[in-house]
Design a protein around this ligand. Structure first.
Ligand code: 9PG
Length: 434
């Protein structure tokens, strides 16, 4: 679709600022000088896995996905946004000329004008888009930032017992990536991990909620699923590269694949999992040829409905790597920034490696969604002694009000690390934090 002009802001670009919303959890989001250019992906793979795969980016200026705002001195804040993001999310461009800003869009948009600060204006937008009550997510522990793909059942147990020993207020214990035999084969545990089912049982025996990481729409090209059901994959859809293989997409509009998806989460529920970190969700909203004639966003929402139906109404669903605006009403919690720590192995080499200061600013930018659209998740608390900026990160998380999980090997925390952990671990607020 072509970009059509939707507004002209008569302002000196050097005095104005632009808020640009990114497509998915890991995409950049933030406030920039209006004459600047927002971050661009390093290459095609980075574009697919961190920006919006189908959209071309302008060489200069800005492109917000479904949301863009202009803040100018003495003027009300102007926000342009996609009014029905479940169905269609327009891209919004902004180009700075000498004496004005040009805003254009490639689909339907609405405008909100608010006297006051950007925070206030985005809060008003959050209230407008709110899907209903937001749940409070209990504090937890996640295996990713300390074990990465090397997590084992034993490691989870060690931290489960350590949490009790230290009387930490951890209510959810979540196994992250590394438990599965292959991406897409979620119910097959990797032999080096142990047993996912037994892990859930042991977590529950400690009186805690068992959580698990999966990527419901990803199918690794080497998975048993891809070999058994090549017809369940979206044709012409490429979700990128990770785990040393090409990533394909599950076609939830195929009746067999839909049944399989629902049954997978039903089984995880039977095993005892009540918390799901649903990752790489952008894959489900990629263009491609599906079995039924439906849009990529319809497929995405249908896929999440199937996951919810299987996982059960009381399960907590956290979206990650997820298209932000199209996920409204489908998830309880949402990762709203990049990973706090890069994967140590550097696999894949394209994994984003932002420094903590940039994680803080990107998650702060998305704070407007918290308490309105879901419980926002700025990623785990990591405060072991080697984290140079641990004071800042802990302070940011404590003030944030969102999902609060510890991401440390608890045994490796020193006294200060434990103090910061105790302070940060609390349930997320069910309403926006002022
Ligand atoms: C598990 C991890 C953790 C983490 C998620 C997500 O572009 N990439 O290749 C890329 C890889 C991993 C990644 C983000 C991007 O991290 O955010 O918390 O669950 O997956 O593999």
């Amino acid at each position: 679709m072509r970009f059509e002009p939707i507004a002209e802001v008569l302002v000196d670009p050097s005095s104005a600022r632009v808020y640009e919303e990114g497509w998915q959890s890991w995409s950049p989001a933030g406030l920039y000088p209006a004459a600047a250019t927002s971050p661009r992906p390093p290459d095609r793979l980075g574009h697919v896995m961190g920006w919006r795969a189908e959209k071309v980016l302008p060489d200069h200026g800005f492109q917000g996905e479904g949301l863009l705002a202009v803040v100018a001195p003495g003027e009300p804040v102007r926000i342009w946004y996609a009014p029905d993001p479940a169905r269609e999310v327009a891209s919004l461009r902004l180009e700075a000329l000498e004496d004005r800003l040009l805003v254009s869009a490639d689909g339907p948009t609405a405008e909100l004008v608010v006297e006051g600060t950007l925070e206030r204006a985005l809060g008003d937008l959050g209230a407008l888009l709110t899907p209903g009550p937001v749940v409070s997510v209990p504090p937890g522990w996640c295996s990713w930032s300390c074990y990465f793909k090397g997590v084992t059942e034993e490691a989870v147990l060690e931290n489960l017992l350590e949490a009790r020993k230290l009387s930490l207020p951890i209510e959810i214990v979540q196994v992250d990536d590394g438990h599965e035999s292959c991406v897409g084969d979620w119910l097959e545990s990797a032999p080096r991990f142990g047993s996912l089912r037994r892990t859930a049982e042991r977590v529950r025996a400690e009186g805690k909620i068992a959580g698990v990481w999966t990527a419901p729409f990803l199918v690794g090209e080497r998975s048993a699923l891809a070999a058994a059901h090549p017809d369940w994959l979206v044709e012409k859809a490429d979700a990128g590269w990770n785990w040393d293989q090409r990533l394909r997409v599950l076609d939830v509009s195929h009746p067999g694949a839909a049944e399989h998806l629902g049954a997978t989460y039903e089984t995880l529920a039977v095993w005892g999992f009540g918390y799901h970190k649903l990752d790489f969700l952008y894959a489900g909203a990629l263009d491609g040829r599906r079995c039924a004639d439906l849009s990529a966003l319809d497929a995405y929402r249908e896929g999440l409905r199937l996951v919810r139906a299987g996982a059960g109404p009381d399960a907590v669903l956290l979206g990650c790597g997820a298209p932000v605006l199209p996920s409204i009403g489908l998830v309880d919690a949402m990762r709203i920034g990049p990973d706090v720590l890069p994967e140590r192995s550097g696999d894949p080499p394209h994994a984003p490696e932002p420094d903590l200061a940039s994680v803080v600013s990107r998650t702060r930018a998305r704070r407007w969604t918290h308490g309105h659209l879901w419980a926002a998740d700025p990623d785990s608390l990591v405060v072991h002694p080697e984290i140079a900026e641990r004071e800042q990160w802990a302070e940011h998380l404590a003030a944030y009000g969102g999902v609060a999980f510890s991401g440390d090997r608890l045994r490796e925390l020193d006294e200060r690390g434990l103090e910061l952990t105790r302070r940060a671990l609390r349930a997320s607020s069910a309403s926006p934090v002022a």
